[in-house]
Design a protein around this ligand. Structure first.
Ligand code: RIB
Length: 306
């Protein structure tokens, strides 16, 4: 069983299903629904790793509040190793406000709270436990990301980065060599100025990313168009599965986690991408963040039924 260290974020998501998003100064009364569901890019991927059969060691920081209690008990229920999750009594747990329109398209505002307080000593200890891989996103304090990456690199542990959320100020050049660097469309545009609208733009963006990130593979998530994989010379778009879109939240988090785990098992990035496409396609067909992520059997059944 692969042991994956996820150093990343945890949020409680307030998900509002809305008819449309109001413009500035406008108040609308919506007949839709709202719910609180566990989310956060890191936690969504950590849930995906656990459901896909890995031992997930989740390192994050929570506030000492009721959201923190609820999130921690979910991680325990999912079978994660939570020994590196710390609590901070001076700051609230992360919160995301998510508006989901009828098309399934979402808009997310994150209040990072405790996610920006991850301390480096805990990161050092977790990496020293020698996981099979380190997996991160950009939703926590940057010094923790760079520290984890440098420690993992020194220890010869492969590093996988999901480049969300978009932040063009992240010092990509300071990262050591990573196995996979995977932005979505808007993150690709933020880092390169190129919108990956077709295969040649994907290639131009991937080449531009490789000027800044030392990566074996660039994997650009293209939403409903699948994903573009580039190995430094050749690129290919792998199409997704056709599924009704209910809510795109967490699809990218599930995709990159599934890609990471399958690649670690098989060493084949193309088949890992097919597997990840299945994970992402099932996730968009369901509502919510971590609640929408499939398990290993659901993905196997889904692939064999197609
Ligand atoms: O990627 C989806 C996630 O982004 C949500 O769960 C929300 O918490 C934000 O972190």
């Amino acid at each position: 069983m692969k042991r994956i260290l996820v150093v990343s974020s945890a949020n409680m998501d307030m998900v509002m299903n809305v008819d449309f998003v109001p413009v500035g100064g406008q108040t609308v009364i919506d007949k839709g629904t709202y719910t609180y569901v566990p989310g956060g890019k890191g936690a969504n991927s950590a849930v995906a790793f656990s459901r896909l059969g890995a031992k997930c060691v989740f390192l994050t920081k929570l506030g000492e509040d009721s959201n923190g209690d609820a999130l921690l008990s979910l991680y325990e229920k999912e079978g994660m190793d939570v020994s590196y999750i710390k609590r901070d009594k001076n700051v609230a747990s992360g919160l995301a406000a998510i508006l989901v329109e009828k098309t399934g398209q979402n808009r997310i505002i994150v209040f990072p709270g405790a996610n920006s307080k991850i301390d480096l000593d805990t990161v050092t200890d977790a990496v020293a436990s020698k996981p099979d891989a380190l997996y991160m996103q950009f939703e926590i304090n940057y010094d923790a990301i760079l520290h984890a990456a440098k420690e993992a690199h020194k220890a010869g542990i492969p590093i996988f980065i999901d480049a969300g959320p978009a932040n063009k100020d992240f010092p990509l050049e300071e990262l050591p060599k990573v196995t996979v660097f995977s932005p979505n469309e808007s993150e690709t545009e933020a880092f390169t100025g190129i919108s990956p609208i077709d295969e040649s733009c994907c290639k131009a963006a991937a080449l531009k990313l490789l000027e800044r990130v030392k990566a074996e593979y660039i994997v650009i998530k293209l939403g409903g168009r699948g994903a573009y994989i580039f190995d430094g010379e050749n690129g290919i778009i792998k199409a997704p599965y056709d599924m009704p879109v209910v809510d795109t939240t967490a699809a990218g988090d599930a995709f990159t986690a599934a890609l990471t785990l399958e690649y670690l098992k098989s060493g084949d990035i193309l088949s890992a991408c097919d597997y990840a496409n299945a994970a992402g396609s099932i996730t968009v067909s369901r509502a919510g963040a971590s609640s929408s992520i499939p398990n290993e059997k659901e993905i196997a059944d889904f692939i064999s039924s197609r």
